[in-house]
Design a protein around this ligand. Structure first.
Ligand code: SF4
Length: 347
């Protein structure tokens, strides 16, 4: 490690953390080289599960660095609505998303009086966002240029300011390339990093089912009308589009039923009475026939004998949880009713 220029102990870096192994190692390498390293992440809507923030906190604590968390959901939604560089296999706008995160890191860098930004990107690891041109483009478009250091592949990329200034030596940095993880795992051991999550499993925008629901929401509501609440709702339940105006969301288990209850404001909620069955939300302004159809669909997923009816408690938007609501009775659709698969929003 070098101490030419000005002492590396006075140099500060902002390390983007994702909770995964690569970004954790990248931060640990920079800290080991004597740079004052601060972790940074955004709380965002697209994490595949709710363990992401605890994972990132655990990563920062494993490296022994402070962590800054920002909620930039609105900005991220705008990236998903109108990505300049388009989508990947799903609705994942990876190039724009990376640029967005780097711009956010640049802002934090300025606020913290730091000199550069560090990421765990590895050249060639992801086809859309981590090939050479995409890495260079992200550095340029984020405005970070040579203040963006990717320690894991730095020795395969053009020199950045930390190397040019002598804050870091090339031997502090690596030449990793491609999708393999053997070297990262060995490094993790060397750096004392244990208990890291497996790769992938991160972003719901790459999932086919979620992407199909998001495309449907954009098509029927318009991109600007799909906000944080709608993005959240797309995560839960079976989604059925009964018509251009009406969508029905049927919970699949207890956890989803609870999530749907929390997302009920502004929507019609129906719950079965006297039998086990899903919580169901209805979007739009259904006429009685449509309401009956939605209840018949929900009844198909309730415990019932073949010839029975199912009663539901119905709460309209604005009705309090404590109110009795209305009661509607539905005859369940049969499991092989072809309308069920034609309504289902699926890839
Ligand atoms: S996988 Fe998701 S979170 Fe990661 S860069 Fe792509 S869009 Fe962003």
């Amino acid at each position: 490690m070098s101490f030419s220029g000005f002492p590396s102990s006075k140099i500060k870096a902002i390390a983007l953390l994702s909770g995964g192994l690569d970004s954790t190692i990248a931060a640990a390498l920079i800290k080991r080289a004597g740079i004052d390293t601060v972790g940074f992440t955004v709380h965002h809507l697209f994490g595949g599960d709710c363990k992401r923030t605890p994972q990132i906190k655990a990563a920062a604590s494993a490296v022994g660095i402070r962590l800054i968390i920002r909620d930039l959901s609105e900005g991220q939604l705008e990236v998903v609505r109108r990505p300049r560089y388009g989508y990947g296999a799903g609705m994942n706008p990876c190039i724009d998303c990376r640029i967005f995160m780097l711009k956010a890191a640049k802002q934090v860098m300025a606020e913290e009086g730091a000199q550069f930004v560090v990421t765990g990107e590895v050249l060639g690891q992801r086809p859309m966002s981590q090939h050479y041109r995409a890495l260079m483009q992200a550095a340029e478009e984020s405005g970070l240029e040579d203040l963006l250091l990717r320690p894991l592949s730095a020795n395969l990329l053009p020199d950045t300011l930390p190397v040019k200034e002598g804050w870091l030596e090339r031997e502090d940095l690596l030449s990793l390339c491609g999708r393999g993880r053997r070297e990262q795992m060995a490094l993790a051991e060397e750096l004392g990093i244990v208990d890291y999550p497996s790769p992938g499993g991160g972003c719901i925008l790459v999932e086919k089912a979620y992407s199909a629901r998001l495309r449907d929401a954009f098509a029927h509501h318009g991109k600007d009308a799909v906000g944080v609440n709608e993005f959240l709702l797309l995560r839960y339940g079976r989604h059925f589009r009964l018509s251009d105006r009406i969508k029905v969301i049927v919970g699949r288990d207890e956890a989803e039923n609870e999530a749907l209850c929390n997302l009920a404001p502004g929507r019609i909620l129906i719950e079965p009475l006297g039998v086990m069955g899903p919580t169901t939300l209805i979007e739009g302004d259904p006429v009685d026939d449509e309401l009956g159809l939605a209840a018949a669909l929900a009844a198909r997923y309730c415990d019932h004998s073949d010839d029975s009816h199912v009663s539901f408690r119905l709460l309209r938007p604005g009705a309090g949880e404590e109110t009795a609501g209305e009661t509607i009775i539905a005859t369940p659709l049969s499991a092989d009713d072809p309308r069920i698969s034609s309504w289902r929003i699926s890839p």
